[in-house]
Design a protein around this ligand. Structure first.
Ligand code: PEP
Ligand code: MG
Length: 590
């Protein structure tokens, strides 16, 4: 963005993934392949850039001295001397003078000026005849990257735990495991270059109620650490250097949202009942037993999707059967008599384990993921099945398999479950013999085989996040095709319809636990299609309950009938928005 000043208000647009507004200082996470931003400064901005440069030099000096001290203690003073060369380069007056000159005279931002100057020196040193000087090139590169990291936000993902002040994180992407580890007190919100609404990072942000915007494309190039920004997670906007007028307008939005929240809170103990008396089960999606309180506060009646893979992330070894049991038991006990639907491990896609050696490619959304992984790792799978069975006596536990594509996987999974039941019986360990087993319907082949699958389970839960990505061949992580990710696409709705019909014909209940269930625009349509349960992030549960309580079934069914006969997904979306806005206008007032 050369040619643009850094103090005037500027708006970056992306995809809104987690509601809320926040404002504060930005911290741009370093990324090894990151391009250095090039800003054209105004006169007024020069002193700040000089200050940033000097601060980064001082911080780098302290870091190098600390490293030197550490090395001297562990390996001896001679080895530690290699850092003397780093310190000399860091304080080289020729380099420093030239950088300051580039900031003052050429109006370059500090990181760009520093990179330009050190690159010139590196090239000159590499061409020298003197071997000693040639060898110093790698030292200069090392020092350069340290100073640049310090200038551009010296943290990488792994260091997010050590933030010292609240800030808005800007990064190319954040992994689900990093998001899970974010300290909510220090992270006001986050903005990423890539991602989409149903990436697990976005789902985590909603669960943690951290405002977030993704798919900003070049945010990491256009924003520098230390800038002041406002992040609007309702509309997918990041505003740099917001004016007083903008801050005032957003203040009003925040006040409106707070009063809406207060109204919604009053619904907590009310049932999810339509105006004409149709009762829905409204549950919550969780990532661990620590979410129990959030479920209760949200007014959900239990858990419709426990994503158990989060127990496996951010650790060096897999959790033991006992650890898993404790986690499931705690949630089942706390929420009983409400149901807790525990989904077996769904690793892969965008969720990886550090302690299992699988390449990202092998475990892609189309690869070695979820039930496919579990059936080939029976010991891992059986430990989890046993833990769930053991927890089943503590409450109303149900078990559900992810990524079922047809009857064979279901039969194999059920055979392993039976083995576990036999083992527990033999050992005298109690479990609920009537625990309901369900299948996620998130692969088109499963929706089309719903009749056959329905004979083998007690319920279905439709995972629209994956069902949409597989039906439309749209990678749910890829912001470049995010516009094709269309929940109201007629083919997607046909698959949901087919699943509901098959379930109801055989006396099964059917829920939706993908993000469609947490979008109030979709609530009338899903009700009209006949689903019995909706399971959403606890943050969205109050809004979904609010709209359910303002709907009448005939209008929801009429919408669904229209949708099933309509060829155009956008037209279906428009009708859904119109109905949702007509019955619950305050939910869309932002
Ligand atoms: C889904 O695919 O809709 C779902 C709920 O599962 P996940 O988002 O964990 O893949
Ligand atoms: Mg899924």
């Amino acid at each position: 963005m050369s040619g643009t000043g850094t103090t005037s208000e500027r708006v970056l647009r992306g995809i809104p993934v987690s509601n809320g507004v926040c404002r504060g200082k930005v911290l741009v996470l370093s990324n090894r392949e990151q391009t250095i931003p090039h800003l054209q400064l105004s006169d007024a901005e020069v002193p700040e850039q000089i200050h940033r440069f000097q601060e980064a030099l001082m911080l780098s000096r302290r870091q190098i001295q600390a490293l030197q001290h550490h090395l001297a203690q562990s390996m001896g003073a001679t080895d530690a001397m290699i850092f003397d060369a780093h310190l000399l380069l860091l304080e080289d007056p020729m380099i420093t003078e030239e950088v300051l000159g580039a900031i003052q005279r050429k109006r370059m931002n500090a990181e760009f000026a520093f990179q330009q100057v050190t690159e010139k020196y590196s090239a000159a040193m590499a061409a020298m005849e003197d071997e000693y000087l040639r060898e110093r090139v790698s030292d200069l590169k090392d020092v350069t990257s340290r100073v640049l990291n310090n200038l551009m936000g010296c943290l990488d993902e792994g260091q997010l735990g050590s933030l010292s002040e609240p800030c808005i994180i800007v990064s190319q992407d954040l992994t689900p495991s990093t998001t899970a580890a974010l300290n909510k007190k220090m992270v006001l919100g986050f903005a990423t270059d890539i991602g989409s609404r149903t990436s697990h990072t976005a789902i985590m942000a909603r669960a943690m109620q951290i405002p977030a915007v993704v798919a900003l494309e070049k945010a990491t190039l256009e924003i520098v650490s230390g800038q002041y920004a406002l992040l609007d997670g309702f509309n997918g906007i990041v505003i740099l250097n917001p004016t007083d007028q903008t801050l005032f307008e957003y203040g009003q939005l925040v006040r409106k949202q707070l009063s809406l929240h207060e109204n919604l809170r009053d619904l907590r103990d009310q049932p999810a009942l339509t105006l004409d008396g149709n009762r829905l089960l409204l549950s919550a999606n969780v990532e661990g037993a620590d979410d129990t309180e959030a479920v209760k506060v949200s007014g959900a009646e239990g858990v419709g999707l426990f994503r158990t893979e989060y127990l496996f992330l951010n650790r060096d070894t897999a959790p033991t059967e006992e650890e898993q049991y404790q986690e499931y038991q705690r949630m089942a006990e706390a929420l009983k008599p409400h149901p807790v639907v525990i989904r077996t491990l769904d690793l892969g896609g965008d969720k990886f384990l550090s302690h299992v050696n699988i390449s990202r490619e092998a475990s892609s959304f189309y690869g070695w993921r979820a039930i496919r992984f579990c059936l080939q790792q029976p010991e891992v799978f059986k430990a989890q099945l046993r833990a769930i069975l053991r927890a089943s006596v503590s409450g109303n536990v149900k078990l559900m398999y992810p990524m079922i594509s047809g009857i064979h996987e279901l039969d194999q999974a059920n055979a392993l479950l039976e083995q576990c039941q036999d083992e527990l019986r033999r050992d005298g360990v109690p479990y609920d013999h009537k625990m309901e087993i369900g299948a996620m319907i998130e692969i088109p082949s499963a929706a089309l085989a719903a009749n056959a699958l329905a004979k083998r389970v007690k319920f279905f839960s439709i995972g629209t996040n994956d069902l949409i990505q597989y039906t439309l061949a749209v990678d749910r992580m890829n912001e470049k095709v995010a516009h094709l990710y269309e929940p109201t696409h007629p083919s997607v709705l046909q698959l949901i319809h087919t699943t509901v019909l098959a379930a109801h014909q055989q006396g099964l209940w059917v829920g939706v636990c993908g993000e469609m269930a947490g979008d109030p625009v979709m609530t009338p349509l899903l009700l009209g299609l006949g689903v019995d349960e909706l399971s959403a992030s606890p943050a969205m549960v109050p809004q979904i309950k609010f709209i359910i309580r303002r709907l009448k079934m005939p209008e929801a069914r009429e919408l669904a009938e229209f949708a099933l006969g309509c060829e155009c997904g956008q037209e279906i979306l428009r009708r859904s928005q119109n109905l949702a806005r007509a019955v619950a206008p305050s939910l869309f007032d932002y």
